[in-house]
Design a protein around this ligand. Structure first.
Ligand code: C2E
Ligand code: CA
Ligand code: CA
Ligand code: CA
Length: 279
């Protein structure tokens, strides 16, 4: 019995060790990822539930590591946040998204809206707003083509600089969404003082809301409250047709999820746009 305990302890120890070494390695190599062109921006289509058409996408980053393969953002974004490298990554994301928007525009797909995720850490830098405005100006795209997704945490943790940045971005014409809505501690009434345009209902409420009456009540309340505050609502993580119909009944405005598409490469999303059929 004792030896068994020891074995499982050693296994646990090895596991932690392995994870720790991977972490150290990723942290050390992250700096070169941008220079080596190893970062990849994927796009997940967003559907307008009334028109039944793709109206834009969310840009989601991945790291194509030469030895370790495709690394998901949850494995390296926290590292980038701790080391301050997140600002450089974000610059790359905004730049790449602008180039892509500009390509779609010139290829005749019209002005597609691309949403970019901003990390709460970045809101500590009061210059974030002017930096973004300058980058988009250089790219020469319409500002309404770019949208930023922020979490409640970002606003709550750096309330002073976040207030300045959000007003600056909104006045410049960018859309602003609250990401993962419902998982934080703040409320819509708290957020009403900010110039927001959209609320994204967190996937955790969508997953079971066809079966769970409490999740359904929460989703329905978020939609009704957001609409009465003049905000649009996006549902994330929609995986079934049942969920989609239910969201349509509740007058939800937009949705994204595996039902329509996983996040895919720019090329694949362009192919989706070309052979788009109505839902
Ligand atoms: P998020 O912003 O909440 O993004 C949604 C996540 O849910 C994405 O995971 C997406 O692939 C996944 N997802 C979308 N539809 C479905 C679905 O129907 N079912 C399920 N099970 N999952 C779905 P991903 O791409 O791994 O990104 C994870 C998180 O990493 C994001 O959460 C975001 O917080 C962060 N992230 C991604 N890209 C960036 C970036 O460029 N900058 C920053 N700062 N953070 C990023
Ligand atoms: Ca997001
Ligand atoms: Ca989200
Ligand atoms: Ca999330």
């Amino acid at each position: 019995k004792l030896s068994q305990g020891r074995t499982s302890f050693r296994f646990y120890d090895d596991e932690i060790n392995k994870r720790y070494r991977r972490r150290i390695r990723l942290e050390a190599e992250l700096h070169r990822a941008v220079e080596r062109n190893e970062l990849v921006l994927c796009y997940q289509p967003k559907i307008d539930l009334k028109k039944g058409k793709i109206i834009g996408m969310e840009a989601l980053i991945r790291w194509q590591h030469p030895q370790l393969g495709m690394i998901p953002p949850d494995d390296f974004i926290p590292l980038a946040e701790q080391t301050g490298f997140i600002e450089e990554i974000s610059r790359w994301v905004v730049y790449t998204a602008c180039q892509q928007i500009s390509y779609w525009q010139s290829a005749g797909y019209g002005t597609l809206n691309v949403a970019v995720n901003l990390s709460p850490i970045e809101f500590q830098n009061p210059l974030l707003g002017s930096k973004i405005i300058e980058m988009v100006q250089d790219a020469g795209i319409a500002r309404c083509a770019l949208e930023f997704e922020i979490t409640e945490t970002a606003v709550v943790k750096s309330i002073d600089s976040a207030t300045v940045i959000l007003h600056q971005l909104s006045e410049a014409g960018f859309g602003l969404s609250v990401d993962d809505f419902g998982t934080g501690y703040s409320s819509l009434s708290y957020l009403k003082g900010f110039p927001l345009s959209k609320v994204k209902i967190d996937r955790s409420f969508i997953t079971g809301f066809v079966e769970s009456s409490s999740d359904a009540a929460i989703v329905s309340a978020i939609i009704a409250m957001s609409h009465s505050l003049g905000l649009k609502v996006v549902a994330e993580g929609v995986e079934t047709l049942e969920q989609l119909r239910f969201l349509q009944d509740l007058q939800c405005d937009e949705m994204q999820g595996y039902l329509i598409s996983k996040p895919v490469s720019a090329g694949e999303v362009t192919a989706l746009l070309s052979r788009e059929t109505d839902i």
